[in-house]
Design a protein around this ligand. Structure first.
Ligand SMILES: Cc1cc2nc3c(=O)[nH]c(=O)nc-3n(C[C@H](O)[C@H](O)[C@H](O)COP(=O)(O)OP(=O)(O)OC[C@H]3O[C@@H](n4cnc5c(N)ncnc54)[C@H](O)[C@@H]3O)c2cc1C
Length: 394
């Protein structure tokens, strides 16, 4: 069976569906192909099932890329307000959480349904369970081979995502297609991912599994302040996921737990007031008790009353809490990473259209491109914006 379209999109994720909608609105005949059995599987599981679909603060500051200017044009031309207008048009209830993050009130499935309805409205065809076996350039455009069909299209948009969460259908196909057509790739690595600890530290911290605290995490000049979660594998929580995108193997991360609290002042005052108290008792008023116990025990101070602890020991204890230097052993990898850092080199793409500079009609959008956002709705905003930019150009 051979079929012809103006535009073929590989990947029915956030970027691919948005691109199909924008292209369809301009009268293009569009087919969206995906090997999965359902569209938008990552949207479905995102934001704890409620999809943090954008962030009202989305701007160049929250994105990482080999070229810090590349993403500006697309983000400026399709803004969080544009996506919110679409969500409102479909009467999907949403709310703002901390830090400008917008979530569905009910379910991430509302966003998937909205995209399907919009695609239908513009006549874009969704073709699921399609394994792409070959892609080739023809005089008129591109020819795609699937197990049971040949699809020809004037333009090919690659929106098949990155490597994160292979169980959810990630394959790295975009990188293969980029290489096939001579585009350069930048190094890929897992981003927004929990960090692991060496066995000794992991065993020591095991009693803290499940404890969550307010913390700043610093890597070089990059600082995030959000929750830190101790897990049975290492460290997680938003502040850890954020810093993981900047962290490299062997690098140190500085943790400051409850950075606004003057712990030294607190301990000294408690010592003066009642020197018989234990440090863990005092710290247990402002930190989770299990954590306070661990921190004091780790310094061998648990059995000594505060009166026996000179300023120097108290300062050392506080430094271990608010200037704690950790060298993570690694990360949990693509198995749990929310995104893939790196990918199709932006130098090979036109920042206005996402078209490959060297191959007319070939476009790359979404996570497969070397553009990665912070945690908090920024990655979907990139998917919508880059998808829209390509959809306006194909
Ligand atoms: C657990 C989790 C939670 C997340 N939560 C959020 C959040 O709340 N907010 C946020 O902004 N970001 C979130 N993200 C990140 C966000 O999901 C991605 O940035 C976004 O999905 C990227 O969109 P995309 O369309 O480029 O790629 P994807 O959504 O990955 O879509 C790619 C599509 O291509 C298909 N595909 C892959 N390989 C092939 C192939 N060989 N043949 C055919 N089809 C193929 C896949 O099946 C998939 O449908 C989360 C990610 C994860 C893993």
């Amino acid at each position: 069976m051979a079929r012809e379209y103006d535009v073929a999109v590989i990947g029915a994720g956030a970027a691919g569906m948005m691109c199909a909608i924008a292209a369809g609105r301009r009268g293009r005949s569009v087919i969206v192909l995906d090997h999965a059995g359902a569209p938008g599987e990552k949207i479905r599981i995102s934001g704890g099932g409620r999809c943090n679909f954008t962030n009202i603060h989305a701007g160049p500051k929250q994105y990482l890329s080999g070229n810090p200017h590349f993403f500006k044009s697309a983000l400026a031309r399709y803004t969080p307000a544009d996506f919110v207008a679409l969500v409102d048009k479909h009467k999907i209830a949403w709310h703002e959480k901390a830090l400008g993050q917008l979530f569905c009130d009910n379910s991430a499935k509302d966003i998937i349904q909205m995209l399907i309805v919009e695609m239908r409205a513009v006549g874009a065809e969704l073709s699921l369970k399609r394994e792409i076996t070959a892609v080739e350039k023809t005089e008129a455009g591109f020819r795609l081979q699937t197990s049971d069909a040949t699809i020809s299209a004037c333009a090919l948009v690659v929106a098949s995502g990155g490597k994160s969460i292979p169980k959810m259908g990630a394959t790295g196909l975009a990188y293969k297609i980029a290489e096939q057509f001579g585009l350069t790739l930048t190094e890929t690595r897992p981003g927004l991912v929990p960090l692991t600890l060496d066995p000794g530290l992991l065993a020591a911290l095991a009693p803290l599994s499940g404890v969550s605290v307010d913390a700043t995490l610093r890597h070089g000049r990059t600082v995030f302040r959000e929750a830190l979660l101790f897990t049975h594998r290492g460290l997680s929580g938003p502040s850890v996921l954020q810093i993981s995108s900047y962290w490299r193997e062997g690098d140190m991360v500085t943790v400051s737990i409850e950075p606004d609290i003057d712990l030294l002042g607190l301990l000294k005052a408690a010592r003066q007031e009642n020197g018989k108290q234990a440090a863990q008792t005092v710290l247990g008023h402002v930190l989770p008790k299990r954590l306070a116990q661990y921190l004091v025990e780790a310094r061998g101070l648990a059995s000594r009353p505060l009166a026996e602890l000179p300023d120097k020991l108290l300062q050392g204890l506080v430094d271990g809490i608010q200037n704690w230097q950790i060298t993570p052993a690694g990360s949990e990898g693509y198995r749990t990473a929310e995104v893939t850092l790196g990918g199709v080199d932006t130098n090979g793409l036109d920042s206005r259209t996402m078209q490959a500079k060297s191959v007319s009609g070939l476009y790359f959008i979404g996570e497969c491109v070397d553009v990665t956002g912070w945690l908090g709705g920024y990655n979907f905003q990139w998917a919508w914006a880059s998808g829209h930019a390509a959809g306006e150009a194909v």
